[in-house]
Design a protein around this ligand. Structure first.
Ligand SMILES: NC(=O)c1ccc[n+]([C@@H]2O[C@H](COP(=O)([O-])OP(=O)(O)OC[C@H]3O[C@@H](n4cnc5c(N)ncnc54)[C@H](OP(=O)(O)O)[C@@H]3O)[C@@H](O)[C@H]2O)c1
Length: 228
């Protein structure tokens, strides 16, 4: 697969399907919706929350029955990437070392009234996107901003429909190979991945951006991004 990172390029959809095991950190609305979407296309999932696997047993039986519960400290073990799906105000509780050396999808969003860790507040106050600041915090991981601008409802309901096949999901990263890996995941989930560029452009995917929560074709997504 090749990736182009200029002018919000669509990424090639002819790559082999993504079949590796993924880790999802956060077993709430977003994390379990992604786990269910992954299960429908045969992607195995390890999932963790702030609770132990035994404490999550009944929760997962209902919301992500095919996912394997693991301890949060082990979420990076035996997976080819980890998806960060915890509230940003809880990021101080995530062990940076447990994600070292991994492709890390930052699927988190900032909400206006949510209290944030000091390092994140400081970075945002300096005018940086949350993904840039989060990438710096998780300095030993290779961060790709993705899967944050689709709601958990849409991850569930749109899966494997024609509409989803045409729906574009954006990603931003400073790491081309990791962006390509995530693009393959996004494509296997049934969406069209569009690389918007380096992580500095990650702000375009965030809640105040034009594409947030919008059902867009790749062409519509690129148009909105170019106008932003
Ligand atoms: N909801 C959406 O539609 C959506 C879509 C895309 C992205 N997002 C983003 O995804 C993130 C989660 O949103 P959500 O709606 O799923 O929230 P949520 O329903 O409140 O779930 C949050 C999950 O994070 C877990 N968690 C908190 N701290 C943790 C830690 N230190 N280690 C491991 N797990 C931890 C919680 O575990 P416990 O249950 O054990 O406390 C819970 O399972 C947010 O950043 C949000 O912006 C949400």
């Amino acid at each position: 697969m090749t990736t182009e990172d200029k002018n919000s390029s669509p990424m090639r959809a002819d790559a082999a399907p993504f079949t590796d095991r993924i880790g999802i950190l956060g077993a709430g609305r977003a994390g379990t919706a992604l786990a269910r979407a992954a299960a429908t296309v045969g992607i195995p999932v390890n999932i963790a929350s702030s609770r132990s696997p035994s404490q999550m047993k009944y929760h997962l039986a209902q919301y992500a029955p095919q996912a394997t519960a693991v301890e949060a400290k082990d979420i990076g073990t035996g997976v080819s990437l980890v998806v960060l799906m915890v509230p940003q105000d809880d990021l101080d509780d995530v062990d940076v070392g447990s994600l070292a050396g991994l492709t890390l999808i930052d699927a988190t969003n900032r909400w206006d009234d949510a209290p944030l860790p000091g390092w994140l507040e400081d970075g945002l106050a300096a005018g940086r996107s949350s993904s840039e600041v989060i990438a710096e915090h998780f300095h030993s991981s290779r961060l790709v901003k993705a899967l944050n601008h689709i709601s958990h409802w849409d991850l569930d309901s749109d899966s494997s429909t024609l509409q989803t096949q045409q729906r574009a999901l954006a990603l931003a990263s400073d790491y081309k190979a990791d962006a390509a890996l995530v693009a393959r995941l996004v494509s296997t989930l049934g969406f069209t991945p569009v690389l918007v560029g380096e992580l500095a452009k990650g702000g375009l995917l965030e809640p105040e951006g034009e594409i947030f929560n919008q059902v867009l074709s790749p062409a519509q997504l690129r148009t909105l991004l170019h106008e932003s």
